[in-house]
Design a protein around this ligand. Structure first.
Ligand SMILES: [Zn+2]
Length: 279
């Protein structure tokens, strides 16, 4: 009995391991018309495109991770954001992970980024990126920097006007459903005079996100297998920050973070349409 259990456990681990590698080893997108399938945390993408490593106002970082694929609509949001911020002298933006060629769960780093609709964008960029495109080595080695220190509740020396500008520019795009940032950053935006209060609703506080913002798109039109996330609660969300930033809620936050981290690297049950992509 015990042996049987051990054997079935081994079998289970093997399937799970194999599934994970199937997604992370795919380097060619699944052919067909562009379609985000499933949810952001349990999904995949058909007809993804590779974001060119350099473009007007943006540079792709860590290309060796092969997570520069996304739904064409995501590529166009990034390219538009790059152009807007370059014109406003806040560029270029450095682009971190989008998703894998066929989307799906990644072995480490993210619970979401699975359906081709999520991207991480760095808050900081080195001055050199304003003058020329980055070399392959620079894309691999340039460190990212936190613009706030969540433990000390302070801004770091890497904070600049670029940060609010890029967050608001991303939130202003109608295709974007949420922008996740560190609660301390949202606090700054809530307190900034002249802020477009309406945009604050989309800007959500989340664990980490002190060195990058996570931009998430709505389900693109006509993608009928795409599962949207619950709508963001009404209001600017500025009063939620009390929970995020008060020492009293620390224990609660730790519990929440543990739960969140347990989803990172877990293999979710994917929709049948995803299984077809890796058969
Ligand atoms: Zn992210």
């Amino acid at each position: 009995m015990l042996l049987a259990t051990v054997a079935s456990l081994v079998a289970l681990t093997t399937t799970v391991g194999a599934k994970r590698t199937v997604w992370s080893q795919a380097v060619v997108p699944a052919s067909g018309s562009a379609s985000a399938i499933g949810s952001y945390t349990a999904g995949c993408v058909r007809g993804a495109k590779a974001l060119p490593l350099s473009g007007k106002g943006y540079e792709v970082m860590r290309p060796e991770r092969k997570r520069y694929f996304g739904h064409p609509e995501l590529l166009s949001v990034i390219q538009d954001l790059g152009k807007t911020l370059l014109a406003a002298k806040h560029g270029p933006i450095l682009v971190g992970d989008l998703g894998q060629a066929k989307g799906g769960p990644s072995p480490r780093g993210h619970a979401s980024h699975q359906s081709g609709l999520d991207v991480d964008i760095w808050f900081w960029h080195p001055r050199i990126a304003e003058r020329r495109t980055l070399t392959r080595r620079e894309r691999r080695k340039t460190p990212n920097h936190r613009v706030v220190d969540p433990k000390k509740l302070e801004y770091t020396k890497y904070w600049s006007d670029d940060v609010p500008a890029m967050i608001f520019a991303a939130a202003a795009d109608a295709r974007v459903s949420r922008v996740l940032v560190n609660p301390l950053i949202k606090k700054h935006l809530c307190e900034t005079k002249g802020t477009k209060r309406k945009l604050l609703r989309k800007i959500r506080p989340w664990y980490g996100h002190a060195d990058h913002m996570h931009v998430r798109l709505h389900c693109p039109k006509g993608n009928r297998h795409c599962v949207p996330q619950d709508e963001v609660p009404k209001g600017d969300g500025c009063s939620d920050l009390e929970w995020w930033l008060s020492p009293k809620a620390k224990k609660d936050r730790k519990k929440g973070k543990k739960q969140y981290l347990s989803n990172v690297g877990a293999v979710p049950l994917l929709p049948d349409q995803c299984q077809e992509l890796v058969r």
